[in-house]
Design a protein around this ligand. Structure first.
Ligand SMILES: [Zn+2]
Length: 72
């Protein structure tokens, strides 16, 4: 076993096709890459926390309001 196989692959949370052997930024969106496997842990964390759910709901409400204003 080498160090390379022990190190996790890093992926972009938004782009599943973006992955590399070390930390860095996504070339598509500039987000920090996260170690593979933490992406879903992060999602689960978001869903499990009422505070984060409330934050997501607030963002959705703002987006909906924005869409309604655009449609007028
Ligand atoms: Zn990206």
């Amino acid at each position: 076993m080498t160090e390379a196989t022990a190190a996790p692959m890093y992926v972009c949370p938004m782009h599943t096709s973006v992955r590399q052997a070390g930390p860095g930024q996504c070339p598509s969106c500039g987000m920090d890459l996260v170690p593979e496997g933490t992406r879903f842990a992060l999602l689960r964390h978001m869903v499990s926390s009422p505070l984060h759910l409330a934050a997501m709901a607030a963002v959705m409400a703002v987006l909906m309001a924005g869409a309604m204003i655009m449609m007028r």
